[in-house]
Design a protein around this ligand. Structure first.
Ligand code: ATP
Ligand code: SF4
Ligand code: MG
Length: 338
């Protein structure tokens, strides 16, 4: 099968003094080998919570409370539900099958170890048979791929610019030829020109090495340019899934459309980020019914009472009564007239 990841019913809770915060609520997602899946949504929609759960990186007070994360290795070995693995069982998956790029490179790179040494450490820890020289050659190749010249291998991370640190981390994430790279806002901390450059390099590396990517950002227009498919999150739930092409031309969910207006194309000369009126919901006090109902211009009476389900639409998925087929034509007409 070409399936790489099959996430079913994933729930992640933060257990806090004020209550249980479900930041990832019954998430279903699939990812094919080599596919780039974008995950978009405003701040606090649960994007990082989801990504951390997929990489098994979450720490207390976060805990996966339900669901399965089936990973199908590309070497044909048996699929495994990585949600059930303990740290020892996870170790062979980290870097070699699943690697991670976080927003702040300096939180992941060791500032006082030379770049080259960090590459050879990672490579030789996971493939002890690789010689020091071969590991170094591989590091040079990866760095060149992201536009960093090989002489920087002797630099310490703190000597590099922010953009270069971020690119070095991306190169490092590819060191063990992973099947899947999880990226959480990897370009948010750099300027727009650098962002463009980094994205082009990631796409070129992806084309060459064939890894799949889950790419998290609040910036939907950026995802429209780089993703194969996109999942939109709101209030901890996935509310729409579709190909980038479909979301570009005919987004079905009112929240997706609002995000589109809030993030005009990167190519626009003056990019004014207007934001969506109102604020994201408090996960401890979600509105009744559809979580978006308090901000939705299309809300109908039922929207304040019943939670719309994420259902298959043709093509993709939507969690809005207007498009998900949950209501009969008659019921929908009634709601629209009310
Ligand atoms: P951003 O775009 O700001 O990075 P996000 O979509 O990545 O936002 P998450 O970081 O996943 O959002 O957070 C989702 C929700 O989970 C938050 O609104 C908050 O309620 C809860 N949350 C996140 N981290 C914690 C924590 N350490 N303790 C308690 N609750 C948390
Ligand atoms: Fe808006 Fe109702 Fe659709 Fe929710 S279900 S997005 S409130 S129209
Ligand atoms: Mg985040």
């Amino acid at each position: 099968s070409r399936t790489l990841l099959d996430v079913r019913g994933l729930c992640v809770d933060y257990v806090t003094e004020s209550g249980n915060i479900r930041a990832c609520d019954d998430v279903d997602l699939t990812l094919k080998r080599g596919e780039i899946l974008g995950v978009a949504g405003e701040s606090a929609s649960g994007k990082s919570t989801l990504l951390n759960a997929l990489g098994r990186l979450q720490r207390m007070p976060a805990a996966t409370s339900a669901g399965e994360i089936w990973f199908h290795p590309t070497d044909g070995s048996d699929p495994v539900d990585i949600a059930t693995l303990d740290e020892r069982e996870l170790a062979p998956y980290r870097w070699t099958r699943i690697s991670v790029v976080m927003q702040s490179a300096m939180a992941s790179l060791n500032p006082v170890i030379r770049l080259g040494e960090q590459f050879t450490d990672v490579i030789r820890t996971h493939a002890p048979e690789v010689s020091e020289a071969a590991a170094r050659a591989q590091a040079e190749e990866l760095l060149t791929m992201v536009g960093i010249s090989a002489d920087r291998l002797t630099a310490f991370p703190f000597q590099l610019s922010g953009g270069m640190q971020q690119r070095a981390l991306i190169a490092l994430s590819l060191a063990c030829d992973p099947d899947l790279v999880l990226m959480d806002e990897p370009t948010t901390a750099v300027d727009v020109v650098m962002q463009r450059q980094i994205l082009d390099q990631v796409l070129a590396a992806q084309e060459r090495l064939g890894f799949a990517v889950v790419f998290v950002t609040h910036d939907l227009s950026l995802l429209l340019e780089i993703s194969d498919r996109i999942a939109i999150m709101y209030g901890g739930k996935v509310v729409e899934v579709g190909t980038a092409a479909r979301l570009h031309s005919s987004a079905k969910h009112p929240y997706t459309r609002a995000l589109r207006r809030a993030f005009p194309p990167l190519s626009e000369p003056v990019r004014r980020l207007s934001g969506i009126p109102g604020s994201p919901p408090d996960l401890l006090a979600l509105p009744a019914g559809c979580a978006f109902s308090t901000r939705c211009g299309d809300a109908m009476p039922l929207c304040h009472q019943r939670i719309p389900q994420l259902r298959d639409i043709d093509p993709g998925r939507s969690a809005c009564f207007l498009t998900n087929g949950e209501l009969s034509d008659e019921e929908l007409a009634q709601q629209l007239a009310a």
